[in-house]
Design a protein around this ligand. Structure first.
Ligand code: GLN
Length: 481
């Protein structure tokens, strides 16, 4: 087995045993990135600084000095997360020349733990999309079938982990952007509880929903990264003052006595037959291994998609108002007056989908429509959140498909925004409720495309999710990565 085929946890053991150096790993990743360039997973790379950092870590290790818990691990970061001195483009023409003037808290924590950042990942522009086709830098391809999308918006982050260009990456979620691509590419992706991870330094899409999430090849790796990035941050008032537990403590405890909730609303006729049968197999496996399956009801989640597109677009319209051609990024060369400067810069800088969201958002916030759309959506959000809280009184976790189908073809949905939005039908209810959810691989369909299953927890119950996920992973992969 090659080094790049190992999980992050296995590679950490090898690093700590001095069987491999971080410099060697960075070079191996660089080679793999060059060999798989056609996937278009990364917008920029930073091998020179990565090698410098790797050298420092290697020499500390060699001298027996204390190093961080992820010391020497090469990682990729989504390009809407700021790292001082590197480009942060959000895959937008608007920011194609923007260089970060500070580092996001989540990245700072990773760097303090010894992670070596090797590149910034491609994504849908400003994280709006489900296929990674809305990138000003071109679409990302699914490494399992290059004629298909990797999912989005964290398609580059996920593709880089699935194609073994790195050992782990960070993505971001607003409505499914880590879990949907993780499901399409057969890797593990977490949407943490809202407030679990600091958003400081992450370019805002919809601030009341945005969260940073780890993408990895194993459940254990995911837990290790969350342990590092989670926690209260003085720089983000929405980060929660809730203690960070040891996410690895119960990871091998199995599922005996665990109550797994199944809601019929996640198993509607929107679900593809092959995906359903994989999920049925997983439910049967859990039952056979000591878990108790309970029926729960989430009657309002059908409304979640509509709620999501009202709320996320409203917030996006206000957050993106700062891109005015004055303070950041692109500025039109020729303009008549200040209004014309705003108008031309925004017309030239933003792509089609981003413009669609800004128009949608301003519409639902405009006077006369605010009550009918924005306020109503906020009310329905409360109902949905309440239904999840009720459901968790009867079970420890909920189990559902991550997506209703496996990865679709490039171009298949790019001219039909509603069809594209429907790819998130099973992921957005979780963001609307603010609860955590992990997507893990659950077999493949007849074409060999990965099926994803999500394990959803109550607020701040990520440890329970990891426990339930790890048990299935052990069975599903039978020792493979
Ligand atoms: N696909 C959804 C959207 O386009 C979710 C995006 C996300 O989670 N960032 O808004």
């Amino acid at each position: 087995m090659e080094l790049l085929d190992l999980s992050m946890s296995e590679i950490l053991t090898k690093l700590n045993n001095k069987e491999v150096t971080s410099v060697e790993l960075v070079k191996l990743c660089q080679k793999r990135i060059e060999e798989t360039k056609d996937l278009n997973a990364l917008i920029s790379t930073c091998f020179d600084t990565a090698l410098e950092q790797a050298k420092i870590i290697d020499s500390k290790r060699a001298k027996g000095e204390k190093v961080g818990e992820l010391a020497g691990v090469p990682m990729v970061i989504k390009d809407n997360i700021n790292i001082l001195g590197t480009k942060t483009t959000c895959a937008s023409k608007f920011l194609s020349n923007y260089t970060s003037i500070y580092t996001a808290t989540c990245v700072k924590k990773l760097l303090d733990a010894g992670v070596v950042v090797i590149g910034k990942a491609n994504m849908d522009e400003f994280a709006m999309g489900s296929s990674n086709e809305n990138s000003a830098f071109g679409p990302v391809k699914n490494p399992i079938d290059k004629t298909r999308v990797p999912g989005g918006s964290s398609g580059g982050s996920v593709c880089s982990v699935a194609s073994k260009q790195c050992f782990a990456s960070l993505g971001t979620e607003t409505g499914g952007s880590v879990r949907e691509p993780a499901s399409f590419c057969g890797v593990v992706g977490l949407k943490p509880t809202y407030g679990r991870v600091s958003r400081y330094g992450v370019v805002a899409f919809a601030s009341s929903l945005d969260q940073v999430g780890p993408v990895t090849r194993t459940v254990e790796d995911n837990a290790r990264i969350l342990s590092v990035i989670a926690g209260k941050d003085e720089m983000d008032m929405t980060s929660a003052n809730v203690a960070v537990p040891n996410y690895l403590a119960n990871i091998n405890k199995g599922v005996k006595g665990i109550k797994i909730g199944v809601a019929k609303q996640f198993f509607s006729d929107k679900l593809d037959g092959e995906v359903r049968s994989k999920l049925d197999d997983a439910i049967a496996w859990y039952q056979a291994n000591g878990a108790q399956i309970v029926d729960v009801d989430l009657p309002s989640i059908d409304a979640a998609l509509a709620v999501y597109y009202v709320l996320s677009s409203a917030e996006a319209a206000s957050n993106l108002a700062r891109f005015d051609g004055i303070r950041y990024g692109v500025r039109a060369d020729k303009y008549d007056d200040i209004i014309d400067l705003y108008f031309k810069s925004r017309t030239q800088g933003f792509g089609k989908e981003v413009k669609r969201r800004i128009m949608l958002g301003n519409y639902v916030l405009s006077s006369g429509y605010y009550d009918a759309f924005y306020r109503k959506a906020k009310r329905v959000q409360k109902v949905i959140k309440h239904e999840f809280i009720e459901a968790f009184k009867h079970c420890d976790v909920l189990l559902s498909p991550t997506t209703s189908t496996t990865a679709f073809k490039l171009g298949e949905k790019s001219n039909d925004p509603v069809a594209m939005y429907l790819s998130d039908v099973f992921t957005v209810p979780i963001n609307i409720a603010g609860v955590p959810s992990l997507s893990i691989p659950c077999g493949v369909d007849k074409q060999g495309l990965p099926v994803g299953m999500q394990i959803i927890g109550a607020h701040f119950e990520e440890a329970k999710i990891y426990q339930v996920a790890a048990a299935f992973e052990k069975h599903n992969t039978k020792g493979e990565k």
